[in-house]
Write a protein that binds this ligand. Structure first.
Ligand code: GLC
Length: 716
């Protein structure tokens, strides 16, 4: 019997109360004594009125809760156990924004496979990831959880994460991934979390929806609604979004869960008068499971009895949830995920740590490196490590660090100690706090710098300064860190700045004075070792920004694929007044999308293209010869962009349409070839049809969105 028939048979045995129970998701707690469950929720589980629990793990604890559901309820329906495994479970990897800067889909997929294996080994069978929200505003703290500003790259990473999490080599155990937050949560007004989202359907479909669709096409099992409204309609009550688009147009078959109390928040949005109305609107829109706000638990049965809700709508939701449980094998063996031997053998293994270390290095982005300040010269005898991020374990975790443990993280100080020669002395002075005006010991830091061969400045944000409910109105270095940096730089010693950040930072002054800057995000468990491998030259940095670093917060939103406007600046007359520009700063950001240096250099030949005119069914083939012209072997992320010069609507100045990550030993050259079909030139027209047009196009290949070779071609 297939899963659907099994679900149908079980559904027939269920009371209305038991059906509604499957649609309810509650949190477990975790306190100093370990995991615990609210008494009320435990009683609800025992009454068969809970479908899933989240934030619960370890095989022992999960088994204890599963036992109640399976052995003490009338129908013995097993629970799902969900958790926010956003960038690793116990082995913590770089935050997703950092991972995306590696452009390394193989590593991204492997990190999700490891995360899934570790999570499942602790009883978890549902993870609230991937977060695929496109974001162009770094004031928003949750940019740390996503893959940056580009829709095309974000869509590829979205599918990669789903495949890493769900596509197992064997039948059991498997895992339910959950694409979130549907939809367009990253477009919050002013970068303020939970704020209003208002845009045309064209912008929604062109720039924000594709990564969710990509996850669905990759087979994602579940989807989570977003807190925000879209153009007046809260996502959790949005029937166009959750039914017309998600079910009827995209054919999504999994189940939809609301975000934490997002159903109740329909009241705060001013679209429901009370929790019953909010629950009715959410069910009608297409929300199958209610996370935490008890709207469904308290009101759905009553709404059915009053005739305000059809029981058939409840049956539809319950069936989706039951099918997911059958697919996981939970009805065959509810304790499938509760194997303590597997738990012990899977968590934080040497192999997981080793991969994490490599992934940290791959995620680092070298913004600046004057006078070959980096890698650290082998001859240095004394290194001064200065700054509040130099020896902080907890900040290495970033945010949403699941079962990660700060004490298991390697700090930069430890990483340098592990990887520099015994003979090199390493001294550390904090210099100041991360985010305090208290002048701690800048003078001591300056003294140490002056007496050392080389200085590493460990600066940036605290891990707590990004993630949910962590928007910042200014995105510079917090506290006294810039003062500390300027004082140290005045010593004239060779200085490398190592940034720890959950978002792009606006650091023009530091950038103008520091000879070298390495962005390291929050690298997780192996942060210090992975960064040290880059600083010592063991790993040649290859990362490229997936989100623009603004020159000033006043430029936001600033992103590479912007439109021309009717009055673009004419580069030959930059001072012309009546152009789309500012009086006080340039339009160009501090560092653009796709930017990142290497310790070596790469030379690009002009682009060779197979033709200049293309017709339906024909393929554009463009290639460049690239040579490693420097002194280090290194990887290069070669990027392909396109511009549609004349459209039915305005089109971006550039759109990423391809990339290839290549390794070239010093002196080695290779040809990199891209193919492009006409369908990849499609866009939403004024009448909202999606397709490509004949016309003139520009094609770019290069090392960054602002550093490319160009050719033109025509489509007839
Ligand atoms: C949070 C987040 C969401 C997370 C959920 C469960 O509020 O918005 O990303 O998955 O609640 O923790």
């Amino acid at each position: 019997m297939d899963f659907e028939s099994k679900a149908d048979s079980l559904l027939k045995l269920m009371t209305l109360e038991e059906k509604v129970g499957q649609m309810c998701l509650y949190t477990s707690d975790w306190d100093v004594t370990g995991p615990s469950i609210n008494r009320g929720y435990e009683e609800l589980i025992r009454a068969g009125r809970v479908g899933a629990i989240f934030n619960a793990y370890t095989t022992e604890y999960v088994r204890s809760l599963q036992k109640i559901a399976v052995e003490e309820t009338r129908l013995g329906i097993p629970l799902l156990f969900g958790y926010d495994v956003i960038h690793g479970h116990r082995t913590i990897f770089p935050i997703p924004l950092g991972q995306s800067a590696s452009w390394d889909t193989a590593s991204i997929r492997k990190s999700e496979q490891i995360a899934a294996a570790e999570a499942m080994s602790q009883g978890i069978n549902w993870v609230f990831t991937p977060m695929v929200d496109i974001a162009r505003d770094p004031r928003w703290g949750r940019v740390s959880e996503g893959s940056g500003e580009d829709t095309w790259l974000g869509s590829i990473i979205s599918a990669t994460r789903v495949k890493g999490l769900q596509h197992r080599e064997h039948d059991y155990p498997s895992l339910l991934a959950c694409v979130k937050h549907f939809a367009a949560y990253g477009a919050a007004q002013a970068g303020r979390d939970y704020h209003t989202v208002d845009m045309s359907e064209r912008s929604l479909r062109e720039w924000y929806l594709p990564p969710y669709k990509s996850a669905i096409d990759a087979g994602v099992a579940t989807l989570m609604t977003s807190f925000n409204e879209i153009s007046g309609v809260p996502s959790t009550a949005n029937q166009w979004l959750l039914t017309d688009l998600l079910r009827n147009e995209w054919k999504f078959k999994g189940f939809v869960v609301s975000d934490y109390t997002a159903i109740e928040e329909i009241i705060k949005h001013g679209v429901a008068k009370d929790l019953a109305e909010a629950g009715r609107l959410a069910l009608k829109a297409g929300v199958d499971m209610d996370m935490q706000d008890e709207a469904y638990q308290h009101h759905l049965a009553g709404l059915v009895q009053k005739g305000d809700v059809n029981e058939a709508d409840i049956d539809r939701s319950v069936k989706r949830i039951l099918i997911a449980k059958y697919k996981l094998g939970l009805f065959d063996d509810p304790y499938l995920y509760c194997n303590p031997e597997r738990e012990r053998a899977t968590l934080l293994t040497a192999e997981h740590r080793s991969f994490a270390r490599k992934f940290v290095s791959q995620s680092c982005v070298l913004l600046k490196n004057e006078n070959q300040t980096l890698p650290l010269p082998a001859s240095i005898k004394s290194v001064a490590l200065i700054g509040p991020l130099g020896d902080s374990k907890v900040d290495m975790l970033g945010n949403w660090s699941a079962a990660g443990r700060a004490e298991e993280c390697v700090t930069l100080l430890e990483g340098l100690g592990n990887n520099l020669p015994e003979s090199t002395s390493i001294k550390y002075v904090k210099g100041c706090e991360i985010d305090s005006e208290k002048n701690d010991n800048i003078d001591d830091a300056v003294r140490l710098a002056a007496s050392s061969d080389y200085v590493i400045l460990a600066l940036g944000e605290g891990g707590y300064m990004s993630g949910e409910a962590s928007s910042r109105s200014e995105i510079g270095l917090p506290g006294l860190q810039e003062e500390l940096a300027l004082a140290v730089l005045k010593t004239g010693k060779p200085v490398a700045v190592v940034l720890f950040n959950g978002r792009p930072l606006s650091i023009p002054k530091l950038d103008s004075l520091a000879p070298a800057i390495l962005v390291t995000w929050f690298g997780g468990t192996e942060a210090g070792n992975g960064i040290a491998d880059v600083l010592t030259g063991k790993y040649n940095p290859s990362g490229k920004l997936t989100m623009t670093f603004p020159l000033s917060v006043g430029q936001i939103p600033v992103f590479y694929n912007e439109k021309s406007t009717g009055r673009p600046i004419d580069p030959s007359q930059p001072d012309e007044k009546y152009k789309s520009k500012y009086l006080d700063i340039p339009n160009a950001p501090l560092y653009p999308f796709g930017y990142g240096l290497s310790y070596t250099t790469f030379e690009y030949s002009p682009i060779a293209i197979n033709d200049t005119v293309f017709r339906e069914g024909e393929v554009i083939i463009a290639s460049v010869d690239i040579k490693n012209t420097g002194k280090h072997d290194g990887e290069e992320i070669v990027q392909l962009y396109v511009r549609d010069l004349i459209g039915d609507v305005t089109r971006p100045l550039k759109e990423l349409k391809g990339f290839q990550k290549i390794m070239l030993t010093k002196g080695q050259a290779t040809k990199v070839t891209f193919t492009l079909t006409l369908d990849e030139l499609a866009y939403y027209h004024q009448d909202m049809h999606y397709g490509w047009d004949p016309g003139e196009f520009e094609l770019f290949i290069g090392t960054s969105s602002d550093d490319t070779r160009k050719v033109t071609f025509t489509v007839r």
